[in-house]
Design a protein around this ligand. Structure first.
Ligand code: LMR
Length: 346
């Protein structure tokens, strides 16, 4: 059992201030797992980001060197540097304000996200160990599955390595709200750009809980029958993509797009704005230790996690009730796994 300090938001007291607003482009961002399809697509999107001055790409796969070389041919945007192999991980993240981890073995058809824990946990442990050594103050955002267990695992590891700050660690679940917006916009025949739909709970078929009743602008209405269909679509979307790709990969392009939108929001927060991102974070408001939903972030990290003041339909309450049981199991598995791998050396 971790101590009460485990959920303390140390970021609020952190000495790292906002980035300099006068000098717009001065953020450094690292992508860990930049050779894979999500990582390389995210890299080209972040190459166009107005806040970033240095973009570091890291991967165990030497393909990352070719991704970096090609991006360096683009005559604008941040300076791109690529790093390959364990011994370069510290250099690749040392001075970054935001570290985005997208390393993962993709799921196969028929596999649930929680079956990916053992295969995806080792790179997370390696990153947490290195972060604790060289850059404990950075924001860490992870999209590696199973997010429901990986964030408790990473939090628990960072806590053991004396580098945990609950305000600065995010599971990127932005894809779920992107999908909800995309599907609802089709059903309602409106522009998704103007829609906001909270998706709470966790990031797995059983725990993703879209709240179509809370759609904004509130003059849009999703009727109960549409809500049922759209909810099923959002929950199953990840597996649909895997099946469409004949089991060769999971979602990559939409993932990269949603992580880019998430990262752009976080960078905006680092420059002093308050932003809301959909993410899975330490959160005690729902009877679980971690929970996903709209999260308010400022330049010191999370200032407000998703809390239980949504008006929900009976259908949404039912889905959420089931989700909470599963989230608690997933959190326990992640924390237990942290005990198993905490001292592994790479
Ligand atoms: C997704 O939602 O598409 C991702 O979590 C990837 C996956 O395995 O489903």
């Amino acid at each position: 059992m971790l101590s009460r300090g485990y959920i303390a938001f140390r970021g609020l007291l952190s000495r790292t201030g906002c980035l300099n607003i006068e000098q717009k482009r001065n953020a450094q961002v690292s992508i860990v797992g930049a050779a894979n399809e999500i990582g390389s697509n995210l890299a080209i999107l972040l190459k166009q980001n107005k806040y970033i001055t240095r973009l570091n790409l890291y991967d165990d796969d030497e393909k990352v060197l070719r991704v970096g070389a090609e991006l360096s041919e683009i005559p604008k945007g941040p300076v791109v540097t690529s790093y390959n192999g364990n011994s370069f991980l510290p250099a690749s993240i040392r001075f970054s304000h935001l570290i985005i981890m997208v390393s993962r073995v993709p799921r196969r058809p028929g596999y649930t996200r929680d079956q990916m824990l053992e295969v995806n946990a080792p790179p997370v442990q390696k990153l947490c160990r290195t972060m604790a050594d060289v850059n404990p103050d950075a924001f860490l955002a992870i999209s590696t599955n199973p997010i429901n267990s990986i964030i408790p695992l990473a939090s628990s590891l960072l806590f053991r390595y004396s580098a945990y700050d609950a305000a600065k660690i995010f599971g990127i679940t932005h894809i779920d709200t992107c999908r909800a917006r995309a599907y609802a916009s089709k059903a309602l025949n409106v522009n998704p750009r103007h829609l906001h739909i909270p998706v709470i709970g966790g990031h797995s078929d059983k725990t993703i809980t879209p709240l179509f009743s809370n759609i904004t602008p509130s003059h849009y209405k999703v009727d109960p029958c549409q809500a049922d269909t759209l909810t099923r679509l959002v929950k199953k979307a990840g597996m649909e993509v895997i099946n469409n790709k004949l089991g060769i990969d999971s979602a990559t392009l939409a993932m990269a797009w949603s992580i880019n939108e998430f990262a752009d929001n976080i960078l905006q927060a680092m420059y002093g704005d308050y932003v809301v991102v959909n993410s899975y974070t330490s959160n005690p408001h729902y009877g679980t230790r971690f929970f996903s939903g709209p999260t308010r972030v400022g330049c010191y990290g999370i200032v407000e996690t998703c809390n239980s003041n949504f008006n929900m339909t009976e259908y949404e309450k039912h889905i959420l009730g089931n989700a909470i049981t599963d989230i608690n199991k997933d959190v326990a598995r992640g924390e237990e796994y942290a005990r198993v791998i905490a001292e592994v050396k790479h």
